[in-house]
Design a protein around this ligand. Sequence first.
Ligand code: UD1
Length: 430
Amino acid sequence: MEQFIIKGGNPLVGEVDISGAKNAALGILAAAVMTDDTVLIENLPNVRDINVMLEAMSEIGVKVDRISPHAAMICGADICDVSVDYEYIKKIRASYYLLGALLGKYKKAEVPLPGGCNIGSRPIDLHLKGFRALGAEVTIRNGAICARAEHLRGSHIFLDTVSVGATINIMMAASMAEGRTIIENCAREPHVVDVANFLNSMGANIKGAGTDVIRIRGVEKLHNTEYSIIPDQIEAGTFMFAAAATRGDVMVRNVIPKHLEATSAKLIEIGCEVEEFDNAVRVVAPRRLCGTNVKTLPYPGYPTDMQPQIGVTLAIASGTSIVTESIFENRFKYLDELARMGAIAKVEGNTAIITGVDRLTGARISAPDLRAGAALVIAGLAAEGITIVDDIVYIQRGYELFEEKLRSLGAEIRLIHDEKEARRFRLQVG
Ligand code: UD1
């Protein structure tokens, strides 16, 4: 079983390059099967979720040519099966994007119903509501969602809750429906915009992505394109908080600073200096940081995917902070692990009250999910002594070369497989 072993205490200093956005890539890969032409996708992050998504696509007959770790040629001309296997949806929820993509292209699709996950129950009722509004008959049979339509017809759809997944899934299906679709109260996340831009580069007619009303005029066919995915704002934000929590000085490169505004604002509020460049941000934490209050919200609010990272940082800031999680109901599990490192936090409903301590001390802890796992690594980097993080498979789902990138900033972190390697690390770091 792989683990990270960390000797904390080094401020992170230097420059780090951010990979392509995982969540944008998942939508874009699914959308790429909507044409029979070959599509080139660049700036793909080389992470587990993407590799599983590509496998799921190969399995239904999509030709996937991984021409480099960060680029793939995708051809959906020979899709032989419009049903995705449960094995894939179990590993990666976002393979449900194939539902919208295949329904749009073939007017039929079958994808197993994703269950809940570590961060919450995660219903997909809004996706299904959207498909039904477009004229599809949607049934749940033997654990799978079956969507079928004679014709998909444009419609006026109001989303009750702001949902990234529903916005992207409906947008894909509507791109190849007859006539005009209007989606109201849609998500404005950068990856929604990236998927819309990608579809438009294939000949779709989508307007308004990035606002809360998206207007789509359906087209009959989509065509080939070459497209480069936006940088990952959550990976970038994670490194920004790693710099802050270790009182470091890091230039985070290959980012779109506009996408990081909510994160930058919070970092400034707690005492960091944040300098913006054209495609980089520099975070400097010259002294002990101070507490604040934060509430997660849909974009452009503070992202739920950055909640554990700020939580960990506030655990060593001065004063008491209140963190409110308004998107997913089960995103504070990392605080139990953090308590083992000496943090003081109390969870009441969707709120955590965190009282900053002077320092955390290393402990053996487990990653409860992807972002919480990354946040606990940050805790280990800021703590005194040795931390071992279990279940790092979660972290590997979404962070490319995480430990290498951290090491390049001066972190003492290794991926280990057994106790022997742990001992060797302890001897090396003294
Ligand atoms: C996406 C991101 C995830 C991020 C989340 C919120 C991907 C692959 N994942 O997840 O990393 O944490 O956005 O920014 O992009 N909801 C419903 N019914 C639905 C759909 C959603 O009630 O049909 C609710 C959810 O339970 C949640 C809220 O809407 O409370 C937002 O979820 P959503 O934006 O859909 O998240 P995902 O797309 O699953």
